[in-house]
Design a protein around this ligand. Structure first.
Ligand code: ADP
Length: 259
């Protein structure tokens, strides 16, 4: 168990008594530490691409511009690092809007079969480009869930994006199922999997199993924390089962009160 932290205030009462007030501040201190860690993480995540961009711009100024092929290569790196920064800032804004509840939950009846069907073609094309099988198995008549279609789209975009990113060969499958009061959707892949000891941490902000691999595939490390936030905002639950080298299965339960 975590140690509990107390703030102590003692006031002497003449002649020989003292009043000690203990106030537990464990939670406040923990929040404060998390905030500090978050700022340090964000600064690091911003500095890495900025340092790369600065370096390649200087190299171009120092003469690399003369060689067309080198210049082209350096410009491509600058462009992709800029893209990474944009994605990072967008994800940070999303997260901050979700956390401060500025996000307006446009609750309406959402048909998840339709919602996933709408985004599927883009992912199917991407899967085919990688030689992966992309399967959608959503039964007809899945009951609607009350929710915000834009935010729920983000959930499945992030999960499917990860499944494709971390699966070098095999299959990505989206399955849906109705359970009393709930709709369960899972995104399953035959990819690299996640080590058991990392499983409890994958929904944390900036947590990555393999930083280099995440960076190489353009990840921000924020995708799953955004997923968790949105699902919980809808009163749902999210989790993962995985086996290293075999694949992962991310599941989402969303409440469907009418069913
Ligand atoms: P990232 O932008 O790094 O993908 P996420 O928050 O989306 O950030 O995911 C956090 C980490 O969880 C990833 O860096 C990766 O290590 C692991 N991960 C997420 N989805 C999968 C998956 N389908 N297969 C294997 N590892 C995954």
């Amino acid at each position: 168990p975590q140690p509990r932290i107390f703030a102590v205030r003692a006031s002497p009462l003449p002649p020989d008594k003292v009043v000690v007030v203990l106030r537990e501040v464990t939670h406040e201190r923990r929040l404060e530490r998390m905030r500090r860690e978050f700022v340090a993480n964000v600064s690091h995540e911003l500095r890495t691409p900025l340092t790369a961009i600065k370096g390649f711009v200087e190299a171009l100024e120092d003469g690399a511009l003369e060689d067309r092929e080198t210049a082209q290569e350096f410009l491509q790196i600058i462009a992709s690092e800029t893209e990474r920064l944009i994605r990072l800032v967008e994800d940070l804004l999303r997260l901050s809007r979700l956390e401060s509840r500025q996000t307006f939950l446009r609750r309406q009846e959402v048909d998840l079969t339709e919602l996933i069907g709408n985004i599927a073609p883009v992912w199917r094309r991407q899967a085919e480009k990688k030689g992966l099988i992309f399967e959608i198995d959503l039964p007809p008549g899945l009951p609607p869930v009350p929710g915000d279609p834009e935010l729920l789209t983000q959930v499945f975009v992030n999960l499917i994006d990860n499944a494709l990113k971390y699966t070098p060969a095999g299959k990505v499958r989206i399955r849906g199922e109705h359970q009393p009061g709930w709709v369960r959707i899972e995104v399953e892949d035959t990819g690299i999997g996640i080590p058991q000891d990392c499983l409890p941490r994958v929904f944390e902000r900036f947590f990555r199993v393999d930083r280099a691999r995440s960076r190489a595939s353009g990840g921000t490390g924020l995708g799953l924390s955004i997923v968790k936030h949105i699902v919980e905002l809808h009163g749902g639950k999210v989790g993962v089962e995985s086996e290293l080298g075999k694949g992962s299965r991310f599941w989402v339960y969303l409440p469907s009160p009418q069913s």
